[in-house]
Design a protein around this ligand. Structure first.
Ligand code: C5P
Length: 417
């Protein structure tokens, strides 16, 4: 059975009691949950209650010989498809941002190569504190998914953002990240007849094949040197993750980046523009292609098999030749996707250049972004969606948030035919 596995890390806040309800809901959705509790979490919820809910032992001690012998701390995250921290206190977020590992939970978080979702809950002042906001920005840049807290009355008597979202909303987010069908009826416990009509279809890209390219390409100068660019791949990976979460069948062709594969995404790693073009060809046909990769425009005309030696005062000339334009070649391909989207990273005259690119490349949309700041490698982005009908400008948001918005727009466009 291909049961998706969640490693739930519970930290010590008043909202910890809601983690029991979350486990119940996740299990009803057919997911398996194993729990790790920090020392302070056990002040709010007993390990016994959690163990009854997970139907498993609860892990908590780094140096517990029995636990470590039965399942080592590295194994705990290896065996999971997704690591969820719920509730995530300001303290654990700060430790994660700093890379501290002083107990089992933080050691797992530093060692894991699995996607991580943090669901913060804390007092509004702690949430708004510049230190917490700085840590959140760092964690987003590190690729951690952060679920926004709810706003409202808090256990401490104050009002504002910082409340843990309700467990059904967290369960839905977890299912989306795992590409697991979320059944709202199982969560609400209501019979089919009482479910309100007009509940949005959670997986509007179901049945659609979507190709995403991401990251830079590396073009060899010789066996040890290469031409590269500053693309981190984060925006493309966020788009692939959002497409999978909305139900698409996603192929992600990634240049050399250090990012975890989003759940439910088929990833193909490539190095050069020529490799990327071959991988794109192989992935066809698809319904939509979103070409986010920062493909190198040029490669070295000759890349000798041996390292170029430093030879006295002779500085070697670097002769360049043009790379294939993968986006433009898809536009005229016999298997042209129904929706073809290019990206345009610009440092000036953004809309003007994007409009010219739309015509030149023959694609349907150009997503233009201003990379004159720290967008490349950063956690946030702002999009201008340029189509033949005009420009839709979206304000700056976290890369995963803007990715979700883009994929919802793609779903609408594909549904209209
Ligand atoms: O021409 P420019 O690099 O500005 O265009 C950017 C868009 O074209 C991106 O969508 C990028 O993935 C795509 N591109 C490509 N092949 C290239 C260069 C860019 O597919 N050789």
């Amino acid at each position: 059975m291909n049961e998706k596995r969640i490693l739930l890390i519970v930290t010590g806040g008043i909202a910890a009691y809601k983690s029991l309800e979350l486990v119940r809901l996740l299990k009803r959705q057919g997911l398996s949950v194993r729990a790790v509790m920090t020392q302070s979490a056990t002040e709010f919820v007993t390990p016994l209650s959690m163990s009854v809910m997970t139907e498993d032992q609860v892990y908590g001690h780094m140096f517990d010989l029995k636990e470590e012998r039965e399942i080592g701390h590295i194994q705990l995250s290896r065996q999971a498809d997704l690591v969820v921290i719920c509730p995530a206190t300001a303290n654990i977020l700060a430790k994660m941002a700093a890379g501290i590992s002083d107990d089992l939970a933080t050691t797992i978080l530093l060692a894991t190569d699995k996607p991580v979702l943090a669901v913060p809950a804390m007092n509004v002042r702690m949430w708004n504190h510049p230190a917490t906001q700085r840590n959140l920005a760092q964690l987003r840049a590190d690729g951690v998914h952060i679920m926004d807290p709810d706003e409202g009355a808090m256990a401490c008597g104050e009002f504002g953002p910082g409340r843990l979202p309700e467990p059904p909303a967290i369960a839905e987010q977890i299912c989306a990240m795992l590409g697991h069908d979320f059944d709202a009826m199982l969560t609400s416990g209501r019979s089919p007849t009482t479910v309100p009509s007009g509940v949005p279809l959670a997986r509007p890209l179901s049945g659609q094949r979507i190709l995403v390219t991401a990251g830079p390409t590396h073009e060899a100068i010789d066996p040890v040197r290469y031409i590269a660019n500053r693309s981190s791949g984060r925006q493309g990976f966020a788009i692939a993750a959002a497409a999978a979460a909305l139900g698409a069948d996603v192929t992600l062709i990634a240049g050399p980046v250090h990012l975890a594969t989003p759940p439910g995404v088929a990833r193909i790693d490539v190095e050069t523009a020529i490799d990327m073009q071959a991988a794109v060809e192989k992935a066809l046909p698809v319904d939509a292609a979103i070409m986010v990769a920062a493909v190198a425009d040029w490669r070295a005309a000759q890349a000798p098999e041996q390292k170029i030696k430093k030879d006295g005062g002779n500085i070697p000339a670097l002769n360049l030749t043009e790379n294939p334009d993968i986006l433009a070649s898809l536009a005229t391909h016999t298997h042209r996707p129904r929706l073809l989207i290019g990206f345009a990273a610009e440092t000036e005259k953004i809309l003007e250049h994007a409009q010219a690119k739309l015509a030149k490349k023959g694609c349907d949309w150009i997503v233009a972004n201003d990379v004159s700041g720290d967008v490349m490698g950063g956690a946030k982005n702002a999009f201008h969606i340029v189509t033949k009908d005009g420009v839709d400008s979206w304000p700056e948001s976290a890369k995963d948030v803007i990715a979700r918005k883009l994929m919802e727009k793609v779903a609408d466009a594909l549904a209209k035919g």
